[in-house]
Design a protein around this ligand. Structure first.
Ligand code: AMP
Ligand code: MG
Length: 435
């Protein structure tokens, strides 16, 4: 059995208020929280941002019948008996290329050279690909006549008007992040701009006298600030813009300065470390000086305690998060709490949505029954069609190697103190290596 309980908090917090269920903590954070004021932007600025309006097609697609091939626009009836052995020769009465209207109609017994995407000329009802004729492929002079070796069905190689979309058809619901393909659809169907929500601006602040910038020399007692760089990357991954990443010690005054500076351009301030009940845990105090703040013990593992509050800076609302300093706790509590708040501000229809997988545990696990556990697991295919979740390493809240090896977080609910190998678990997918 693998023991994963982190007993330290249980001792430290036993005298504090009772554990808050995750859903209640999220409800309190999201209550009354509106998406940021939408703005109209060019499609080129809209990738991965959530729409603030439902979008419909402004034009029919294709707007007119057009050719799917380079070849000849014909009347199918004229070629009813054409075969390779007995080709039919038709006079070529002109050419129509993409971007140009047809110069004339195709009368009975004639053909018109046509290029892919060009309007089907009046009278024509089919296209014969150039490969089925004696005409040269590629750029060449317009032939006077063409020998056709095939008998097309009416409609052959014709892309019908409206076969993709009718004008007015729904394209994208409100609150949907726009992917590359959505942008193509919007552009093709007449949109040049779109109303989207801004990316929330997030400031990251790491606290601790022990912290040193990554890559600098270490003195005894010092460690690298790994939370700052991770939280900034996590924030960008969910669609925030990171306005600053700063490391500060454990004294209140420099912390207050840093909080003040970081707050100026941000919608969210995420501080890691200094939120428990230790002698140097001054984050709650700093938050209380600029706004209102609650210190919660949420029933999750890893992850408590958690500070959450609000301030109003220059008339703008700033959300305050104090995450635990342990690197795995800071990472996981970001996923649990900060991510949904970013998604709400960014206008996503369901701020809690994320990709989950169902897997069977590859080994037995034990945990604190009072809290929902988020185990760092690796996913592998099992012998059938499913997935096996194996612990990615030791589950202590300081073990970054297991976090970095993990594909996801396996969720083991409250009320459960152990699960056998083979038990079904939900796994929250983390940032994949292939995307
Ligand atoms: P704290 O929440 O400040 O009591 O910190 C808990 C643990 O996390 C301590 O071992 C800290 O050294 C460590 N820690 C705090 N902040 C960071 C950080 N930014 N990067 C890496 N470790 C940290
Ligand atoms: Mg600290």
């Amino acid at each position: 059995m693998t023991a994963i309980a982190d007993r330290r908090w249980d001792r430290a917090d036993s005298a504090l208020e009772p554990l808050l269920p995750l859903e209640q903590a999220l409800e309190r954070m999201l209550a009354g929280l509106e998406a940021l004021e939408p703005e109209r932007v060019a499609l080129s600025e809209a990738h991965d941002r959530a729409t603030a309006e439902a979008l419909t097609a402004l034009v029919t697609l294709p707007p007119w019948d057009n050719s799917a091939m380079d070849g000849f626009a014909v009347r199918a009836h004229d070629l009813a008996n054409a075969t390779a052995a007995r080709p039919v020769t038709l006079p070529v009465v002109g050419e129509v290329a993409a971007g140009h209207p047809p110069p004339r109609a195709v009368d009975p017994g004639t053909a018109m050279r046509i290029l892919t995407g060009a309007m089907l000329p009046p009278g024509a009802d089919a296209v014969v690909p150039v490969e089925e004729t004696d005409a040269p492929r590629g750029a060449s002079l317009l032939p006077k006549r063409v020998r056709i070796r095939t008998s097309p069905e009416p409609g052959a190689f014709v892309r019908r008007a409206g076969s993709d979309l009718q004008a007015g058809a729904p394209l994208v619901a409100r609150g949907t992040p726009l992917r590359s393909a959505d942008l193509a659809l919007l552009a093709a169907s007449g949109h040049g701009t779109v109303l989207v929500h801004p990316r929330p601006a997030l400031a990251v602040l790491s606290t601790g006298d022990e912290l040193v910038q990554p890559g600098e020399p270490l003195s005894p007692g010092q460690i690298y600030d790994s939370n700052g760089v991770a939280l900034a990357a996590q924030a960008r991954w969910v669609g925030a813009e990171v306005s600053s990443v700063v490391t500060v010690g454990d004294q209140l005054d420099p912390l207050l300065d840093a909080v003040g500076r970081a707050s100026r351009e941000a919608h969210l301030l995420v501080v890691s470390g200094g939120v428990s009940v230790g002698a140097h845990d001054v984050v709650k105090e700093a938050f209380a000086r600029i706004g209102s703040v609650d210190l919660w013990r949420v029933a999750v593992q890893p992850g408590k305690p958690l500070a959450f509050g609000h301030a109003v800076i220059d008339g703008r609302r700033l959300l305050l998060f104090g995450l635990p300093g342990n690197p795995v706790s800071s990472f996981v509590t970001f996923e649990l709490f900060v991510r949904p708040v970013i998604r709400r501000l960014a206008g996503h229809a369901d701020p809690l949505a994320r990709i989950t997988r169902s897997a069977r545990l590859g080994e037995p696990v034990r945990k604190d029954p009072a809290r929902r556990a988020f185990l760092r697991v690796m996913l592998e295919p099992d012998r059938e069609d499913g997935l096996i979740a194996r612990l990615a390493g030791a589950q202590g809240s300081h073990v970054l190697s297991a976090l970095a090896a993990a594909d996801g977080l396996a969720v083991v609910p409250e009320g459960v103190s152990s699960l056998e190998a083979g038990a079904q678990v939900e796994v929250w997918e983390l940032e994949p290596r292939i995307r």
